[in-house]
Every structure is written in C-alpha cells, then in structure tokens.
Write a protein that binds this ligand. Structure first.
Ligand SMILES: C[S@@+](CC[C@H](N)C(=O)[O-])C[C@H]1O[C@@H](n2cnc3c(N)ncnc32)[C@H](O)[C@@H]1O
Length: 293
C-alpha cells in the first residue's frame, strides 16, 4: 500500500524512448494477428444491432469506418496521412472503401514498414519509417490526418498535434481515437494510478494526455470545431475480449511449444492493465476527437 500511495502522489508522466517503442513493435507486432486478422492494432466500436459483439474484427473495422466518416473527405482524389499506422490496417480499410484515395502512413518500426508495405502492394498506400512528431510530409498537403492509438506513445504531446496541423490543408480534419485521462496523473485513485503505470510500462507509452488539456492544446495550436466524443461504452465490448484473447494466445503458444518473447509478455500484461484501467470510469475514458484546421 505504501508504494501505491507514494505512487499516486508522485506520478506525473512516464517516458518511453523511441528505441523501446521500435523494439516493442518490431518484436510484438506479429502477435497482433491473434487480435485481428486484418491486423488492426486498436480497439473496436460497437453499435447495437450493427456490429456483432462476439466478432472482434467487425468492431475493429467499425472503428475504422467511424474515423473515416469523421474525416469528411472531398469526393475525389484525396490524400490522407496515418500518424502511427501500425501494419496499415486502417489504411487498407480506407483504400478499399475509396479507390480515389491515396495514403501515407508513418511508424517507428522497420518490421511494420516491411510487412505492412507487402500488404499494401497494388494499392495507393505506402508506409514510411518516420517519427510522427517530425515527418517529411509537405506543409498543407493532406486532406485528412488520422492517429489511432498511436499518439499515446508520445503522451499526446503538443509536438505531435502540431505536426498534424502543419501537414493538413486549411479546412481539412484531424481525427484522433485513443484512451485519455479524465484527470491529472497525480490525482488518479490508487488502483487507477497503479494500472496506469503498468499499462504505460508494458506498451512503452509516454503517458496518456488529460482530455481537457489535449482539447485546449488543439485549440491553442489553431484547430477549430474541436469535438470530443466519449465513446468508452462503445469500445467496452472489444476491451472485454482482452482476457479471452490473452488466454487463447497463451494456449496457442503452449500447444506449439513456443516460448514467449519478453515483448509479448509486456504486450499481454499491458492489455490486462488496459482492461483494469477501463474499469476506472472516473479516471480513464476512450475518446474520438475531431478537429478542423
Ligand atoms: C497501437 S499501434 C496502432 C497502429 C494503428 N494506428 C492501428 O490502429 O492499427 C501504435 C503505432 O504507433 C507507432 N508509433 C509510436 N510512436 C511513434 C512515433 N514517434 N512516430 C511514428 N510512429 C509511432 C508505432 O510504431 C505503432 O505503429
């Protein structure tokens, strides 16, 4: 208890180095094929009567659909950037939906660049190994920018939000889907503080932004019409898949006689702490933020 008390008092932000993030995704990305056959590395969006809560990929792809809709892209020939694109799951979903679209994704992981680009062959999409806080993308070139569960690695830093602003065309939208804190880290309850630290450590996160501060930062940067939607209850059914996915993944590896890499253990532990964090509804929430340049 003592450590927990100290913890919640002193906890501000954790730090994850770029090397740690890269190493984590180089080694643990292939495990995500167990989470999603489409290699979506995010949680899902549940709509009663529309998505089957027992079919994970239907909810994960519904999240892609929701993000796409909020981009409000022009009808023809648009260009969209995915900041922290993983294996390009959302990119492939968008490109399939809109044949006139071209997309560029950035990630820190060379594994994701190599394998993700194989899956994007014969599409108008490409993944580059770049830092989303400082990309090589031209000013005011994108008709839309998305960031799904990726900016948490930099604590939803102002730097990453500014980069989204820089590359967007005036009038275009930035759509961000992620978990956020509802209060400052120092004021989280003990249980939330404990699972938050474990979650950040396991997934190499710099920390989650405080939702009110992130909204303010977006407005300060110059975004207008900043809409914040709390979709925690829509995301919950896919979060509830976590324990089953963990047990299934472990059993599969045991039957195949494989030993788990430490990155895979970190991933499993962080997934479990994500579930625990999600139970602290006063402290954490899952939000979609839409902002116009
Ligand atoms: C949980 S995955 C989400 C992937 C994808 N958005 C999805 O939903 O399937 C987080 C991604 O963020 C990327 N990432 C983290 N920090 C980054 C940075 N500074 N620059 C570029 N990509 C980064 C990781 O490489 C990884 O691809």
């Amino acid at each position: 208890m003592k450590t927990l008390t100290n913890h919640s008092k002193t906890l501000t932000k954790t730090t994850a180095s770029r090397a740690e993030i890269t190493d984590f995704y180089n080694e643990a990305t292939s495990d995500y094929s167990f989470w999603s056959k489409d290699l979506n590395m995010h949680f899902g969006y549940f709509i009663f009567g529309k998505t089957n809560p027992f079919r994970r990929d239907s909810m994960l792809n519904q999240m892609n659909r929701q993000i796409y809709k909020r981009l409000q892209l022009p009808k023809l020939k648009s260009f969209v950037v995915d900041l922290g694109c993983g294996m390009g799951g959302s990119m492939r979903h968008f490109l399939k939906r809109n044949p006139t679209l071209s997309m560029l994704g950035v990630t820190l992981s060379p594994f994701q660049v190599k394998e993700g680009n194989k899956l994007l062959e014969h599409t108008n999409g490409i993944i580059l190994e770049e830092n989303y806080c400082q990309t090589s993308i031209a000013n005011q070139s994108a008709d839309g920018v998305i960031a799904m569960e990726s900016l948490c690695h930099s604590g939803h830093s102002k730097e990453s939000l500014r980069e989204a602003y820089r590359i967007l065309k005036p009038g275009a939208h930035f759509v961000l889907a992620d978990a956020f804190l509802k209060k400052t880290p120092a004021t989280l309850c003990q249980g939330a503080s404990y699972s938050y630290t474990k979650l950040c450590k396991g997934w190499s996160l710099d920390g989650l932004g405080v939702i009110s501060e992130v909204k303010e930062n977006l407005q300060q940067i110059g975004f207008s019409n900043v809409t914040v939607e709390d979709i925690s209850f829509r995301v919950a059914p896919s979060v509830l898949h976590v324990p089953f996915a963990i047990v299934g993944f472990l059993l599969k590896n045991i039957f195949q006689g494989k030993t788990l890499k430490h990155q895979s253990w970190s991933n499993l532990k962080a997934s479990f702490y994500a579930l625990l964090s999600g139970l602290h509804l006063n402290d954490f929430g899952y939000f979609i933020i839409t902002a116009k340049k």
